[in-house]
Structures are given as structure tokens and as C-alpha cells.
Design a protein around this ligand. Structure first.
Ligand code: FES
Length: 449
């Protein structure tokens, strides 16, 4: 089923790369991060081209819940403890600035994209201390945050909420389409390989002084080794009619906590988060629907869809130089569940780096940063999943029409009954029932039997 964003927006077709070209900057990926980066580079006077393998916004931008917020689950208390106040502040400021930047851009250009300022709240049904600590940490870092002992309008008992004021929501595809109008974008052009300052595509070569990898999960394994320091998670959303519409956006911090996000007369209810490739039993949409019927008797589901997110071990995106080997390559990935805000953060940071402007916030997002002990532990856990997935490729292939080994690095794919897809538990590539590629980092379809 299509997301409501896709169903409500018509995005015009763009031509494919007409042949070999030269440009100052090349952005690979026509999602929000790529389009915004190209936009700000162009504003800075840099000739920029965007290449998109499919259509703009056809990746994760269309599957988001489109919350623009500096509230990223329980994060600020942890950042303060593990990174110290300077870096925690950089993270908070970059995300708060991103919200303001969206508003500025939308007002300046009079973009009709349902932008609304509203609070974002964390809630719990059993825990109060963590909510209070998070509110205190965020407030210390300059965010308008507080703990309130109220249900905040949710249809069940909660111990309280951690409320961030002045956050926002919008329609991601209406915004994207308008911003992309000012850019040179080639669609249906797949980048096959990048070597130094040249990208080889299925339509011709692009020579560029600066290259930005903004296509969700970097498809180049070496350098960068992002496959070894990131995995992917999936989560589901259902759109409901006939539910009570809250004014704020909410996210539960308990296990199986739900996400609530108003959109006009509809409520977007999210949950069912799981590592890609680990959903053998399925039932994530059924679970959400069951919860919806308990909370809002008589409500009706009008759409459902799912999103795929790149997760880093310390839950901070990788934004900055791709690797030490190529100083003119840049990357924006690992946005976790916070793709809209992180897209703006990365666009601002990458533009600053490319144009040589000061950007103190860049340090905390640098892909070359050292990991905390806690994050290193997550990395070991990710490695264990990969080893298990790789070992699985020796098992009998089953009766699917494809060889269910991932073309990325060979892990055994797992069937996902919710999406009727074959998903890779190692780094999150996905394929449809015919073995056609749905999500990278793999670049090719599965082999047929
Ligand atoms: Fe890396 Fe499948 S995505 S092995």
C-alpha cells in the first residue's frame, strides 16, 4: 500500500542523464537529504547535479512520519553523560536550527506543505525517572523542554510526558517537489561505481570535484566500511480515520511504545520496530491495527506502509567526509528514525564543509569520530548478526524461485511476510518475491534458481 504522502502528491517526471557531463558537485540520491544538500550548494554558487536511481522522493522520504524534531527518543541524557556538554549541545543546536531552517525556507518560498509548529512529547506507561532526566538534560542544552504530569491528550494512562516545545511537522513530498524545481536532477539514472572524481552510471559518466553520497545506505563498501558500522531497522505506520486527533506528536519510550502523529483529520499510528531481516512471524500491521481498535473503537484504517532506517551504534548520524582516502567525497547517512531533521542537518553541514565555512556542529556528526564504549558494544552485536547471516548462506535454499543469498555480501535472506519481501539481516538490503532489488546497500537483483 502507498504512504499517504505518495497518494496525496503528484511528482513530475524528470529526464535521465543524457550522457557524459562535468559539474562542480554531484549529489547521489534524490531523497530529502540529497535534494536539500543540492539546494544549499546551489545557493552557495556551486554548480550541482543530483542523480536519482528511481524517482525523487521514492526512497525513504515517502515513507516517513514527517516529524521535524530535535526530540530523538531518550538521547540527551545519554549524550551528556557519554560525550560531555559541548558535543551534546552541538547535537541539540544542529537539530533545533534545522527546524528553524525549514520554517524559514517554507515561509520565504511560500511552500504549501502543511508545515505546522507543535510540541513533540515522549511518554511512558511505567517509567517516570527517565522522562524527567531527559527533560532536564534537554533543557540544560538549551531546548525548551519540560516534564509534565499529564496524559497530554493520549487515550491511556501515562506516568507523564517529556515535552519539547516548538517542534514541527509537514508534508515531505509537497516540500521536496517544490525545492527540487530549482535544481538539476536526473532520474532513473543508477550510479554503478564511483572512482575518485568520477561516477559511472548506466546512462553515462559524471565528472565532479565534490561527490556527496546521500542515497540512504552508502553502496560503496570500501572505503568507509559503512556496512560494518551500521544496520537497518524497519517500522510500520497505519493511517486512521475516526480516531481522536492529538495536537502534539508523541513517542512511547517503553518496549512496544507507539508513535502518534496528527495529519489533518487523520492520525498516523506507528510502531513495530525491528531489525531488517528479523520479522519471520510478521503481524506488525495487525498488531498496530489491534492497538488502534482498542484505543479508538470504530476507527478505520485508510493506509499502511513501512519505513527503513539506517542505525548507527551511537544513534548519531554519519555526516561529513566519507573517508580519509578521498577528501572530496562526503556522506549523509545513519539518520535513525529522524530522517527529516537529519536531512536538513546534513545539508547545512555538508554545504559548510564543501564551501569551507565554519561549522562547529560538524564535529559531533563526523563519520571519523571515536565511538563510546557503549556504542562499541552495539558494534560487536551488529558483527554477531552479520556472522550469523553469512553462515546462513550455506543452508538449503528453500523453494523460492530465487537463490536467497544477498548479492551484497552473501548473507542468507529472510522472508518478511508483512511486506512479502526477502530481507537481509546483515545490512538490510531487501528484494521482492521475484528477487528484484528494493533497498540497498546491495546494487543488483538476486540470482534466479
Ligand atoms: Fe549486506 Fe545483505 S545487505 S549482505
Amino acid at each position: 500500500m502507498k504512504s499517504i504522502w505518495t497518494a496525496e502528491t503528484k511528482i513530475r517526471n524528470r529526464e535521465s542523464l543524457p550522457g557524459d557531463i562535468d559539474t562542480e558537485a554531484l549529489v547521489i540520491g534524490g531523497g530529502l537529504a540529497g535534494i536539500l544538500t543540492a539546494y544549499y550548494l546551489k545557493q552557495a554558487g556551486i554548480d550541482t547535479v543530483v542523480l536519482e536511481a528511481d524517482r525523487i522522493g521514492s526512497g525513504q522520504t515517502k515513507n516517513t512520519t514527517a516529524k521535524i524534531t530535535s526530540q530523538h527518543g531518550l538521547i540527551y541524557d545519554r549524550l551528556l553523560r557519554t560525550l560531555g556538554s559541548k558535543k551534546a549541545e552541538q547535537y541539540a543546536r544542529a537539530n533545533e536550527n534545522a527546524i528553524d531552517e525549514y520554517e524559514k525556507l517554507i515561509r520565504e518560498k511560500e511552500i504549501d506543505c502543511d508545515f505546522v509548529r507543535c510540541p513533540a512529547c515522549l511518554y511512558s506507561r511505567e517509567e517516570e525517572t527517565l522522562l524527567k532526566r531527559e527533560a532536564e538534560a534537554a533543557a540544560k542544552l538549551g531546548i525548551k523542554a519540560s516534564f509534565e504530569q499529564t496524559d497530554g491528550g493520549l487515550p491511556f494512562y501515562v506516568t507523564g510526558i517529556t515535552k519539547f516545545e516548538d517542534q514541527a511537522r509537514f508534508h515531505p513530498l509537497k516540500f521536496l517537489e517544490r525545492i527540487a524545481e530549482e535544481l538539476t536532477v536526473y532520474e532513473r539514472t543508477t550510479v554503478l561505481k564511483v572512482e575518485s572524481g568520477r561516477a559511472k552510471t548506466d546512462r553515462g559518466n559524471v565528472t565532479a570535484r565534490q561527490i556527496v553520497f546521500a542515497a540512504h545506505f552508502p553502496f560503496m563498501n570500501i572505503p568507509g566500511y559503512y556496512f560494518a558500522r551500521m544496520y537497518q531497522e524497519r517500522s510500520c505506520v497505519i493511517a486512521l480515520e475516526g480516531a481522536d486527533i492529538p495536537e502534539s506528536m508523541y513517542l512511547g519510550i517503553d518496549k512496544n511504545g507507539l508513535s502518534f502523529r496528527p495529519h489533518g483529520e487523520k492520525l498516523l499510528l506507528g510502531g513495530g520496530s525491528h531489525r531488517t531481516g528479523v520479522n519471520k512471524k510478521g503481524g506488525q500491521y495487525e498488531y498496530l491495527l489491534k492497538q488502534a481498535r482498542i484505543l479508538y473503537p470504530g476507527c478505520k484504517e485508510t493506509a499502511h506502509w513501512s519505513a527503513q532506517d539506517c542505525m548507527t551504534p551511537d544513534r548519531i548520524p554519519y555526516i561529513g567526509r566519507f573517508s580519509n582516502r578521498y577528501t572530496d567525497w562526503y556522506v549523509a547517512t545513519g539518520f535513525g528514525k529522524w530522517g527529516m531533521t537529519s536531512a536538513m542537518v546534513s545539508a547545512r553541514i555538508l554545504t559548510a564543509l564543501i564551501t569551507g565555512r565554519e561549522c562547529p556542529e560538524a564535529a559531533v556528526f563526523s563519520p571519523a569520530r571515536h565511538l563510546t564504549v557503549q556504542a562499541a558494544g552495539q558494534l560487536v552485536c551488529h558483527g554477531a548478526h552479520t556472522v550469523k547471516g553469512l553462515a546462513g548462506h550455506l543452508l538449503p535454499a528453500g523453494d523460492a524461485g530465487i537463490i536467497p543469498n544477498c548479492p551484497h555480501m552473501g548473507c542468507r535472506l529472510k522472508y518478511n511476510p508483512d511486506e512479502e519481501s526477502f530481507d537481509c539481516p546483515c545490512h538490510g538490503s531487501r528484494f521482492d518475491k521475484e528477487g528484484r532489488l528494493l533497498d540497498g546497500p546491495a546494487q543488483t537483483d538476486c540470482r534466479k534458481k
